[in-house]
Design a protein around this ligand. Structure first.
Ligand SMILES: [Ca+2]
Ligand SMILES: [Ca+2]
Length: 274
């Protein structure tokens, strides 16, 4: 006979808690127009096999207007029972749980955390229907007990530039060709490949950008490299980079150019008069 009385008393407490929440949320002047918006992150740590105990932390983040006085409600999806809670007035009736903080407030952007201990049997799935003052909350990230590294999308998800050969020689006053294509099909309908000299002989220059329609990503396109006549007799060198203009994070290609100078080298360092 004691059990039904206890349950009755819990129900009465819950009713009072919910009444308080309704009063706070809807009837207090100045808060009637406030829009509740919230995100709840529910983290549990449990023990036992097939059943046992657990402790839960519930973080309520205010993503809306200022919240003055609040009640968090949710429903246990399984056979969980609330044992006792903290940082709020806790009550459970049936599967419905309420945690009320009548004097508490949560500023926009801030959050409050409450917690409880409970028991479970069979399984202990997390509640999904969190609400604050009757307004459903977005369920936050459900932290896994052991955060496993998310498999990163393979680096080949975006195409890279491929050049061949990676090193060419250009006769002074003439030109040579290096071939360019993509490593895989781009998600764009087409992309352009821009090349620029990173360092080295500024007498070495290149032709215009290349356009790759997506279907022709594998087709080698020639890129012409020019070597201007210069007054020195040395073989100039430069390093170029080719990249996909629309995909800043995509793989680039570095390639080297050597100018084959055509001026006769001076036999020896010019003898200085003194
Ligand atoms: Ca020269
Ligand atoms: Ca030169």
């Amino acid at each position: 006979m004691r059990f039904p009385h206890g349950r009755l008393r819990r129900s009465a407490v819950l009713a009072a808690v919910l009444a308080t929440a309704a009063t706070t949320a809807g009837l207090v002047p100045g808060t009637a127009g406030a829009a509740v918006s919230c995100r709840v992150t529910y983290v549990t740590s449990q023990w036992g096999v097939g059943g046992g105990g657990f402790t839960a932390s519930v973080d309520v983040a205010n993503t809306g207007d200022h919240i003055a006085g609040w009640t968090l409600t949710f429903t246990f999806p399984g056979s969980q029972r609330l044992s006792y809670g903290w940082s709020a007035q806790w009550a459970q009736t049936g599967n419905l749980v309420a945690a009320s903080v009548p004097a508490g407030s949560i500023s926009p952007g801030a959050s409050a955390t409450v917690g409880f201990n409970g028991t479970w049997s069979g399984s202990n799935p997390p509640p999904t229907n969190f609400a604050v003052n009757g307004v459903p909350c977005v369920a936050g990230p459900q932290p896994s007990p052991a955060p496993t590294p998310v498999p990163s999308p393979s680096p080949s998800a975006t195409p890279s530039v491929v050049v061949s050969p990676e090193s060419i020689a250009v006769p002074e006053g003439g030109s040579a060709v290096i071939y360019v294509r993509l490593s895989q099909r781009p998600s764009y309908g087409w992309v352009t490949v821009d090349s620029e000299r990173l360092l080295g002989d500024s007498d070495l220059s290149i032709g215009p950008r290349l356009l790759f329609p997506a279907d022709e990503w594998a087709t080698w396109q020639p890129l012409t490299v020019f070597a201007e006549e210069d007054g020195d007799a040395e073989d100039g060198t430069a390093t170029f980079m080719s990249r996909i203009s629309q995909l800043p994070g995509s793989g680039v290609a570095l390639w080297n150019v050597r100018e084959v100078d055509n001026d006769a080298a001076t036999p020896s360092p010019a003898p200085s008069p003194s």
